[in-house]
Design a binder for this molecule. Structure first.
Ligand SMILES: [Ca+2]
Length: 337
């Protein structure tokens, strides 16, 4: 028999345990082989509940081990089996969970540029909200991963966008942003604030290149101070200035950047809130944010959500989604606030 010798009861955490063991993904000590056997036994009957219970309560690392063991038992790969067993939004969510965060972001970017059109909304969300480290990893995965694309993210972005929008995204993808420094350079802060003002609100038209340079190369703490200082030059704050100066995808990109510089978790919370409350809940956006942030900062996003929208993310998911997809989202969300 090829069954493992050490089988112990699987430890599926209940909600209370989840809440008390943050960040939960890294504190659970799982017996992966048991989960895989569980899968193997129950999979024949397409048991969404089992799939959700097991896969949404593990770290990415653990899901990989489950997939590996599953393949050993079942002699077929887990992702194909999941594709066969699931459909719709639940399928997209569970398949997303089977990738690492960087792999998932890379595949979402790839999908946003595939074919004739471009999904600018996705492109902007990912490129403008990820930090240098995350973008560097996404680029690496995009280029190197055996199963993925062996393509260059910069080339694909350049091929799918144009004008100043392309210039901005490319500047971000080049990951030239300064690392935060311990020394606050007040002279540079003032200089950048003035340059942003003179390139935009002060002049006719907009010198977008200057905006791009400052917003793609300065560190986040520096930019936070620049935007404060900016108010002493301009009658409008940075976000108002962006709305006045540029339009379309360029406007959305700059706004996303500034929102993320100010409070990245609040940006994600607002995106989730909008997506769920929009007519015909934008499940794609909800799935993307939950899957891509569940191992990064979802707990903090929950906190910002509750603080700003006076309802918890958990409650909002309950009100605006349904079925097994909802169960999976709630399980990833982890608890009510
Ligand atoms: Ca202007």
């Amino acid at each position: 028999s090829n069954m493992p010798t050490a089988i112990t009861e699987p430890h599926i955490m209940n909600q209370t345990q989840v809440a008390s063991s943050r960040p939960r993904h890294y504190t659970v000590n799982m017996l992966i082989t048991v989960n895989a056997k569980d899968f193997f036994d129950k999979f024949a009957g397409v048991d969404e509940q089992t799939i959700i219970d097991i896969l949404t309560r593990r770290s990415c690392e653990q899901r990989r081990e489950i997939a590996f063991e599953y393949e050993r038992f079942a002699k077929k790969d887990l992702v194909s089996a999941l594709k066969g067993a699931l459909s719709g939004s639940l399928e997209a969510l569970i398949l997303g969970l089977m990738k690492s965060t960087a792999q998932y972001d890379a595949s979402e970017l790839k999908a946003s540029m595939k074919g004739l059109g471009t999904d600018e909304e996705t492109l902007i969300e990912i490129v403008c909200s990820r930090n240098n480290e995350e973008l560097a990893e996404i680029k690496r995965v995009y280029r190197d991963s055996e199963s993925l694309f062996k393509k260059d993210l910069e080339k694909d972005v350049a091929g799918d966008t144009s004008g100043n929008f392309a210039k901005l995204l490319l500047a971000l993808v080049q990951t030239r942003r300064d690392e935060p420094s311990n020394v606050v350079d007040y002279e540079k802060i003032d200089e950048d604030a003035r340059a942003l003002y003179e390139a935009g609100v002060k002049r006719k038209g907009t010198d977008v290149v200057t905006w791009i340079e400052i917003m793609s190369q300065r560190s986040v703490p520096h930019l936070q101070k620049v935007f404060e200082r900016y108010k002493s030059y301009s009658p409008y704050d940075m976000k108002e200035s962006i709305r006045k100066e540029v339009k379309g995808d360029l406007e959305k990109s700059f706004l996303t950047l500034v929102e993320c510089f100010e409070n990245r978790q609040l940006y994600f919370a607002s995106r989730l809130n909008e997506a769920m409350k929009s007519k015909g809940a934008k499940e794609k956006v909800v799935t993307r944010i939950i899957v891509s942030r569940c191992e990064v900062d979802l707990i903090k996003i929950r906190t910002e959500f509750k603080k700003h929208f006076k309802r918890s993310l958990y409650q909002t998911i309950t009100e605006h989604t349904k079925g097994d997809y909802q169960k999976a989202l709630l399980s990833l969300c982890g608890g009510d606030d």
